[in-house]
Ligand binder design. Structure first.
Ligand code: PRX
Length: 636
């Protein structure tokens, strides 16, 4: 009913959604199961900011993901789980089975005192139990905070403490290619620095030797064995928080982006249905990790709200070899496939020998998310994976937007390589110049903002609303600022250029330069550092770190400086995650600073890109000579 099936219809629906957003969104919201219908569709201002959708509505999102489908789809696979090891048996959970597992998990949470509004941290492998735990939180009314299992103990500590999580759900370990990561060991280190966690539930995945703390730690399987299969979903308000997801900004520590229930539900449902043109017998596979927003919205909530079958993959694209994605597509007969440009580029680099053994003839739509997709990767994907028969949906969105904002609708919107194309209905993008003046023409480049709220817009940053205001709503009055630069071409098509702030996008992972610098500075011999991104063939952006070391250290001793660089990488890995390790480290005598002490990153970026001849005006620097020194030692 809400599916757009032609470009003409898209234009009409889009027009309606802008002229009368409230009736547009309430039409969609009315298809859900509400415990009590909302009184009013929308109240908002971008000044405070204060945005509320479906006001005074009462519901539980899991009733809409699970219970609602039971009658017709009870025996339909909800989740197909593909393990890391292709020889291990995969697992399927039907809608009925998934609900039973979720209910059991709810009863465990209840037994250990979890109540509505509590925060629960999930630090888990990509296994069905992660999905079960997420949904159980939502069903009991607790706020889930999933922390990507590649993050370090330090990162876990920050995230647990920031939102004072009461419970941690984790596993003994996880499999990643041919590696085992001992998650519980990392969690134990973290738990020494947290006060709020009362209970730890541990899923046994790898069978690694671990220690269980008496009175605090319990085994998932022991508890599930005893748990009842019935649980009545908590009645929640539309605007109650559903989850917190930490993401990096240009300053300070990662912030907890908060999404609320009803708006997120409506937007995830609608965008999944349309962008991927969902059909009942689809096997949908989004390769993201549930630790990122893409996994929240398009492995779990979007597909389940539509009654779809969603694939959850535990492994990595290159294990046992670079044909794994394609072999899984053939094995499970995947119809719609959604991945990241960094994966496409790395598989492209492995060569077609890993692709040609597979038929890939079940595919109907292929998608991309997380970073700009370059022209070469777009065409490779289109030709070799989609066989020129599957529309490529390049979907632009952010943790803060909750769901896809600018994207082709498969088979509806004519695509154009590297363009996210047009806004989805209900999404009102504008481009502004540096002063905030709207650029109304086509064929312009500017800063991407939104001038009207959509249902799954960020509500706040956990515990610090002012930070949310300053980050997204204070740059330009009455606009949500995305942090992205963007071009709109002669057809009105949008092409995302990339971040204009100090946020890096490394293999689709979002990292703040300040975050990486703070980690590097923890090394005892580092005085100061500056980090910038540079174009990287596989990762999209690589991390280039310029570091100043203590004067007593002998920089001419190559063996020593190599050791130092290794240590720096280890420090970053330990403090943030291996994903944040610098690709290049250059020891410099100083950093280019203005007289007021601000680092001129623009200059460092140019040097990292190898564009030495085009550094712009450097005469205003405190010490222009330092630039020459940096150029001399540049690592290109
Ligand atoms: O710069 C944009 C880039 O990823 C940023 C959002 O990162 P995150 O919150 O981690 O969410 C990623 C998954 C939704 C954006 O500000 N980005 C995301 N998708 C695209 C993109 N850049 C270009 N094209 C895209 N399709």
């Amino acid at each position: 009913m809400h599916k757009i099936i032609s470009f003409e219809q898209y234009k009409q629906v889009y027009k309606k959604s802008v002229e009368d957003p409230e009736s547009f969104w309430s039409d969609i919201a009315d298809g859900f199961q509400w415990q009590k219908k909302y009184d009013k569709v929308l109240e908002w201002n971008f000044r405070d900011p204060d945005v509320k959708w479906f006001i005074n509505g009462k519901l539980n999102i899991t009733e809409n993901c699970l219970d609602r489908h039971l009658e017709k789809l009870g025996n339909k696979p909800a989740i197909i789980w593909e393990p890391n090891d292709p020889n291990e048996k995969n697992r399927t959970l039907t809608y009925k089975e998934l609900l039973a597992e979720v209910n059991k998990c709810c009863n465990i949470l209840k037994k250990y005192g979890v109540v509505k509004g509590d925060r629960i941290c999930l630090y888990m492998p990509m296994i069905p139990e992660l999905s079960i735990a997420v949904l159980a939180c939502a069903r009991i009314g607790a706020i889930h905070s999933v922390v990507f299992a590649g993050f370090s103990a330090n990162s876990l500590v920050d995230r647990i403490n920031d939102s004072a999580c009461k419970m941690l759900i984790t596993a003994d370990g996880l499999f990643r290619g041919n590696k085992i990561v001992n998650l519980k060991e990392i969690a134990d280190i973290a738990l020494q620095q947290t006060k709020s966690i009362e209970k730890v539930i541990v899923y046994k995945r790898t069978g690694s030797e671990i220690t269980m703390q008496d009175g605090r730690d319990v085994w998932w399987h022991d508890e599930m064995l005893r748990a009842e299969e019935n649980f009545i979903a908590e009645i929640m308000d539309s605007e109650d928080p559903l989850f917190i997801l930490y993401t990096s900004g240009s300053t300070g520590k990662p912030k907890g982006v908060v999404h609320s229930i009803a708006g997120y539900m409506v937007f995830c449902y609608y965008t999944f249905l349309n962008v991927f043109q969902y059909e009942e017998n689809d096997i949908f596979w989004c390769t993201a990790d549930i630790g990122w927003v893409t996994g929240h919205s398009y492995i779990l909530y979007g597909p389940l709200l539509n009654g779809a079958t969603t694939v959850m993959f535990e492994g990595i694209p290159t294990y046992p070899d670079a044909g794994r994605f394609w072999s899984v597509i053939d094995k499970l007969k995947v119809t719609k496939f959604y991945t990241a440009p960094t994966a496409i580029r790395s598989l492209m680099a492995s060569g077609l020998d890993f692709v040609t053994p597979y038929k890939l003839n079940s595919l109907k739509v292929i998608g991309s998310v997380g970073e700009p997709i370059n022209e070469e990767a777009w065409h490779w994907y289109d030709e070799n994976i989609g066989k020129k028969k599957c529309p490529v949906v390049d979907t632009w969105w952010q943790t803060e937007t909750g769901g896809i904002m600018i994207s082709p609708i498969a088979n509806v919107t004519p695509t154009k390589p590297t363009f996210a194309t047009l806004p989805l209905p209900g999404v009102q993008p504008v481009l502004v110049d540096n002063e905030g003046k709207e650029l109304t023409e086509n064929n312009v480049e500017g800063l991407l903002c939104m001038k009207f709220p959509w249902p799954s817009i960020i509500r706040t940053t956990y515990g610090d609303h002012e930070r949310c205001r300053l980050n997204y709503f204070a740059t330009f009055p009455n606009l949500y600022f995305t942090g992205d630069g963007c071009r709109r071409d002669e057809d009105g098509y949008y092409r995302i250029i990339g971040r204009v702030d100090d946020v890096l996008n490394v293999s689709g992972h979002r990292l703040g330069t300040a975050e990486v610098e703070n980690a590097i500075d923890e090394h005892p011999h580092i005085v100061e550092s500056a980090v910038v991104g540079y174009p990287h063939e596989i990762k999209g952006q690589g991390i280039y770190a310029f570091v100043i070391i203590e004067t007593q250290v002998d920089t001419s001793d190559e063996a020593y400086t190599e050791k130092l660089k290794k240590e720096i990488s280890e420090v970053v890995s330990k403090i943030i995650s291996p994903i944040a390790k610098p690709d290049k480290i250059q020891i410099v005598p100083g950093l280019p600073k203005t007289r007021s002490g601000k680092i001129m990153r623009r200059i460092l970026r140019k040097i990292a890109e190898g564009e030495m001849s085009n550094l712009g005006d450097i005469t205003t620097l405190l010490d222009p000579g330092v630039v020459e020194e940096i150029i001399k030692g540049a690592r290109l």
